[in-house]
Design a protein around this ligand. Structure first.
Ligand code: AOF
Ligand code: ZN
Length: 401
């Protein structure tokens, strides 16, 4: 299972909204992975690589094999046809089109199936995917660059830069791995960021700007960068072929090229509330923004509604680069699944703390568990996630079988 888990990581940044999946044959030792969205699943990659050697052998999978006809045929059938004797599965697949049916299919064909080894590791690789299918909302990771005293800007509002170039390079890598980057109108108006992965041109991910009152400019730099990157795609063409038969098909977050490959399609989303003036909205629409008209909570976009909508749209992992107001709102909504803090050994004082005016009594303070604490030169990167989330998901996914 260890080599299957290691192999699974090879798809990082290329398979979402699909999960990272690895497969390994015990003897002779061979492993393979699902490497890109729309491409062959891990089982197919493995079986193609080993031919008839799988017959009578044991295969380890980090996820239950699929049982449905998606972009490829069911992997359970591939294993049955290959004559595999035993399959070890780390965890069931919570996708409603699988949910235990893959394992049932193997067992019905007389294959011995063991479930559980490596479950926590397999879950940890795919938290946003499991969150989406178990709880129907996106995984919210809040990212903050802070000083020792938790400040994100000096009293003049200057925030460039709290951390050094090396930390910012890692942030760009994090951005490329998320399904969407989220900022609020406050940050957009203060910093007017491009939100690109500058080291990896063309790797722009989808951006979501939260603006309940349409205060931002439809031609802010985030739009300019998106527009340049997406070649000014015509809005409203989702799900329909754009142009003739040999031109790409747009579907959700991907574009299918005529050679069958799926390319990521960066979207630019304006999350706002129902009832905003239609005329103002049109100025965004005509430039390619996709408005999401969400219910309001206290005059602001409902964040639970945003997290549900994102999950439904296949945006499972949201990286939120929040200023104090938006960070406070996510904390108050109790939706911060993961926290990534880049910390510079400086002290700024003043009023711009990353949590805004958030307050909690000590006894009920939200808290997270440490996943990694890395040193970046003189700075630090602390990665945290909601405590107990792995155990809860492991229980819940077990129950679906
Ligand atoms: C497997 N092995 O390596 C993966 C699986 O869009 P499709 O057709 O590729 O199907 C995606 C779904 O298939 C995904 O949501 C998940 O349920 C399963 N992923 N299954 O047997 C794999 N990547
Ligand atoms: Zn499959």
């Amino acid at each position: 299972m260890r080599s299957a888990l290691r192999a699974a990581g090879k798809g990082l940044g290329h398979v979402s909204p699909n999960p990272l999946v690895g497969a390994a044959l015990e003897h002779p030792a061979k492993s393979a992975a699902h490497r890109r969205f729309g491409g062959p699943h891990a089982e197919r990659m493995l079986l193609d690589a080993i031919g008839s050697e799988a017959a009578g052998g044991t295969v380890h999978l980090t996820l239950e094999p699929c049982s449905h006809h998606g972009k490829t045929g069911p992997c359970a059938d591939l294993l049955i046809e290959a004559g595999v004797r035993r399959v070890v599965v780390a965890t069931l697949d919570p996708n409603p089109s699988v949910r235990g049916r893959g394992v049932a299919r193997l067992r019905k064909a007389g294959i011995e199936v063991e479930i559980g080894p490596g479950a926590r590791e397999a879950l940890a690789l795919n938290l946003p995917y499991f969150q989406r299918h178990l709880y129907e909302r996106a995984w919210i990771e809040l990212k903050e660059a802070i000083t020792l005293d938790g400040r994100v800007a000096d009293s003049g509002g200057r925030s460039r830069w709290i951390t050094g170039p090396e930390a910012r390079r890692i942030v760009h890598r994090d951005r490329a791995r998320a399904d969407a980057l989220v900022i609020g109108a406050g940050t957009l108006r203060a910093d007017d960021p491009e939100l690109t992965g500058r080291d990896t041109p063309g790797s722009t991910t989808t951006r979501i700007v939260i603006d309940s009152r349409l205060r931002i400019s439809p031609e802010a730099r985030v739009w300019q960068a998106w527009h340049a990157d997406s070649g000014g795609r015509r809005p409203g063409s989702e799900g329909r072929p754009i142009g003739r038969r040999d031109t790409p098909t747009v579907s959700g977050n991907f574009v299918r090229r005529s050679d069958g490959r799926w390319l990521r399609r960066p979207r630019l989303i304006l999350a706002t509330v129902r009832g905003v003036p239609g005329g103002r909205l049109e100025r965004f629409r005509e430039r390619g923004w996709e408005p999401w008209l969400l219910p309001a909570r206290g005059g602001h976009v409902s964040l639970p509604a945003l997290a549900r909508r994102a999950a439904r749209e296949g945006l499972h992992h949201l990286l939120v680069e929040a200023g104090p107001t938006l960070a406070q709102a996510w904390l108050e909504a109790d939706l911060v699944d993961a926290l990534t803090l880049y910390m510079a050994p400086k002290v700024l004082g003043g009023r711009f703390g990353w949590t805004g005016s958030f307050q909690s009594p000590l006894a009920r303070a939200p808290h997270w568990e440490s996943v990694a604490l890395d040193r970046i030169g003189e700075e630090g990167c602390w990665r945290l996630r909601r405590p107990g989330v792995l155990d809860r998901m492991a229980d819940d996914v077990h129950r679906i079988g």
